[in-house]
Design a protein around this ligand. Structure first.
Ligand code: GLU
Length: 448
């Protein structure tokens, strides 16, 4: 399946010949940031730019009708300098090794930025969960886990939920790994588990809540002159999964007005503010938000172009491209999902003065509570929800402050050849993260 441009419906890259290799985009963002890192030892750029280990597996699954299908999956560890690999496993028809490698690199920078002691990793299985039964999904999960099992572990590489995987998927991964490695506490091999299997309170809401904390605190820092809080802000959210649906409620609780939301089938709009309970009830009844009474139906492409204060893409990657970036009418984009903006679109938004709160900051709440879960599992403890949320808020605020301060100093100290206005929050966040990984790499020393 080829990703499509939401604006034109054409395969991505057709109109503007934009570079759309996921890993190339991540590496170019990395290159933009390393220009500002003076302490970069020669050769380290190459090391930090490539995944440490890429594993591709193919395996047969017996389907419910008795036929056999071969599935392909990947698990990539980008970097392990700060600790074991950490990152989700996604089930999606568009999964490619290129995408998984790019997302693993994002995890390295996300973990470093938010300050959790993990490296970056990611995994994916090429499949369409919407067309699979629960027992087929269980067999795919167990077989994939067994294939990657020598390379994961509580201190090696720790998977978590991602696109179209959830607590149930994590329970199957844990169970499979535990059967293959009996006789020890294996709970910390995977995070995002069901609560009665060692899952942390708050993990399911963590990414969406983190999006709220990052946005609120960045606005509070004054990133947009006349938008200092969410009170009364008009918000559009693309994606109504674990991130988008939680963020919609959380933003409403903070006083924002949600005027547009969408799922994979389309969007709904009400300029006066949506009734989220009614939208949820409609989705539960019909399988989609589209058609919720009292709302206007729009396509996902149209949703992105609604005039609003804050736009939260919380679905799949490459949604804002060179083809629609000029038409995005928001003041702030908050990347709830990973890599929703292409390189050219990023530059266009920056030039137009649209602030982008980047994925490695905005959606770091998920991996932060995954870290809390890992700590609780290792200590055989269980923390209360309010303790988790308080700790999450503190860590998100710290990451926002570190990014904001670095952004200010990068702009203030820009060389005469640089246009300070072109230095984005994404570059600042990456500079903070890369500097941390570089420092620890040099402290540990290059082996042997
Ligand atoms: N899949 C999530 C992400 O992209 C969470 C990863 C984790 O919890 O390890 O950040």
């Amino acid at each position: 399946m080829v990703d499509q441009n939401p604006a034109s419906g054409k395969p991505l890259g057709v109109e503007n010949h934009e570079e759309l290799s996921h890993i190339a985009v991540t590496q170019q963002q990395f290159a933009q940031a390393t220009r500002f890192i003076a302490s970069m030892k020669a050769g380290l750029i190459d090391f930090l730019n490539v995944p440490k280990r890429s594993l591709t597996v193919c395996f047969p699954i017996e389907m419910d009708d008795g036929s056999v299908r071969t599935y392909h999956g990947h698990r990539v560890v980008h970097n392990r300098v700060l600790g074991p690999g950490k990152g989700g496993i996604r089930f999606h028809p568009a999964v490619t090794l290129d995408e998984v490698q790019s997302l693993a690199a994002l995890m390295t920078w996300k973990c470093a930025l938010v300050g959790v002691p993990f490296g970056g990793a990611k995994g994916g299985v090429v499949c369409n969960p919407k067309e699979l039964s629960e027992s087929e999904l269980r067999r795919i999960t167990r077989r994939f886990t067994s294939e990657i099992s020598p390379f994961i572990g509580p201190y090696i590489d720790i998977p978590a939920p991602d696109l179209y995987t959830n607590a149930q998927t994590m329970a199957w991964i844990y169970d499979t790994y535990d059967i293959l490695h009996a006789g020890r506490n294996n709970r910390a091999v995977v995070t995002g588990k069901p609560p009665d299997l060692g899952g942390s309170a708050g993990r399911a809401q963590a990414t969406g809540l983190g999006v709220l904390f990052a946005t609120e605190h960045m606005l509070g820092n004054g990133i947009v002159a006349d938008l200092l809080s969410l009170a009364g802000a008009r918000v559009v959210i693309q994606g109504f999964g674990d991130v988008g649906a939680v963020a919609a409620s959380a933003f409403t609780g903070a006083g924002a007005k949600i005027i547009g939301i969408s799922d994979s089938q389309g969007g709904i709009v009400n300029p006066e503010g949506l009734d989220l309970d009614a939208a949820r009830a409609h989705k539960k009844q019909t399988g989609t938000l589209v058609g919720t009474p009292g709302t206007i139906n729009v396509s996902n492409a149209e949703l992105l172009e609604i005039d609003c204060d804050i736009l939260v893409p919380a679905a799949t990657s490459f949604q804002i491209t060179a083809d629609n970036a000029e038409r995005i009418k928001t003041r702030v984009v908050v990347e709830g999902g990973n890599a929703p903006i292409t390189l050219q679109a990023d530059a266009i938004l920056n030039q137009r003065g649209v602030v982008v709160i980047p994925d490695i900051l905005a959606n770091a709440g998920g991996v932060t509570v995954s870290y809390f879960e890992w700590v609780q599992n290792n200590q055989n403890e269980s923390w209360e929800l309010d303790e988790v949320i308080q700790k999450l808020r503190r860590m998100m605020h710290r990451a926002v402050d570190d990014t904001y301060q670095r952004w200010q100093s990068l702009r203030a100290q820009a060389a005469p050849s640089e246009d300070p206005a072109q230095i984005s929050l994404r570059t600042a966040a990456l500079v903070v993260a890369i500097e941390r990984v570089v420092k620890v790499t040099l402290e540990r020393g290059i082996w042997p």
